[in-house]
Ligand binder design. Sequence first.
Ligand SMILES: [Fe+2]
Length: 523
Amino acid sequence: MKIIRKSNVQPVAGESPPMRDHTSWTILVVDDDPDVLAITRISLKDFRFSGRGARLLFAQSAKEALEIYRNEPGIALALIDVVMETDDAGLKLVQTIREEFQDHTIRLIIRTGQPGHAPERYVIDNYDIDDYKEKTELTSIKLYTTVRSALKSYRDLQLIETSRKGLEMVLNAAPGMYLHPLGETSNFFREALSQVVRLCEVTCHHENPVSPISGFIATHDHCVLTLQCRHGQVSMDDLAVKSLGERLGNRVAGEGMMLDVAGQIILPLMIQHKIIGVIYLEHVGTLSENERSLLEVFSIQCANALENMRLYDALEGANRNAMRMLAVAAEFKDSETGDHVKRLARQTVETALELGCSNEDAMEMGQASMMHDIGKIGIPDAILLKPGRLTDDEFEVIKSHPGIGAAILAEDERFKVALQVALSHHERWDGTGYPMGLKGEEIPLSARIVAVVDVFDALVSVRPYKKAWSVAQALEEIQRGSGSHFDPTVVEAFLKTHHNRGEKKSGNPFNEMWSRRAMDRKK
Ligand SMILES: [Fe+2]
């Protein structure tokens, strides 16, 4: 079981934090009459709804109310007088909250003592309020009922809003997680854990800022890099955490469902009824059915992304093996040393990098170079291995190997670069090559590179029809072919890499890059 642990995930930029105070409902009471404020306080003294009391904030003008509103997130309800510093100060306040702050969740109730200044029909039609009351009709009990009804509406709206945000987050998380098969595995785990913590922060009643949500992801077959947690770094070697992950996995396997006990959540990551890992979180808070469902949807998404990554790895490995098997097959036909294609791959990668190609492109060209002569499978041994000079007819047969190779590699789009190399590695810069007589940059760069490194390696190797040349002779020959047989830029890069290799005595970058990539995939 491999472990990742994380805490203190930053909230999404631009997103308002969830309401933190769940012990009471915050109500803003706006009236320029101190007696009204006092009566309101008395009327709501023992107020309770949904297990929470009322926290009252008082303002004696619209200006003061706006200041409080700006500084107090999570106000559920505002009781607003109309005539205060101006005849329509309360109505302007409503307008500001709804239009400028775009707050459509807070419940706004107009409570006026001078209905003549703001007739009910006019106010209801022109301002986005939730209720209109005249002070004379609002007895203590009616005020209590009105506030309770408004808070119920606020609570329901908030539930819808948090569910919407949660669902949006789950949906938005998908692209981020599915992108990672192309990158490092550890990025996937970081992304997945960050998303689930954010989801909890948005949807769940996470109350305790002293103990932020923390947790880890543990899977059976994926290595995970270390991550920051509140105790510092946790590494793969942390046996205690590994053991915890395994025990949680077993526990979930026994229960077969998500558990949430005392603020802890264990989300199983399941593929085809089999648990492949768990997400463990603590300090989450209580969960409603809806929130549990969202987390379950997220865990399914996470498991699918993980499985997708595993399948991608398997496919990439199979693809790589197929390429190597093809290369080996071609080599058995043509070479006695067995090392030709490996040297070719190394020199192709080096030259491509020297020419400014990206690591990925250079790697792909290196792989492709190994299959440049795959078409020789279709050439009879009597011609291919003939020790003496070939007749014109025999040479025509040899010249068919690029086309045969291209036909073999055309079966799969993933062999596109290999196909280019197989088809065009005997083209010449001056247009006198075969099979199509391409000229200059009409010849794919990959094939121009392989043309140089293939000829060089053939020159320094023993073949049935020739002895090995010295390196100096071979380099001289390559230089001689620059601008006629070979692309001069490629020759220059090739000579430079050859020179550098002599200086550094470096290893095989092709193998090193594969090794690095393999290591990355395992992290
Ligand atoms: Fe060839």
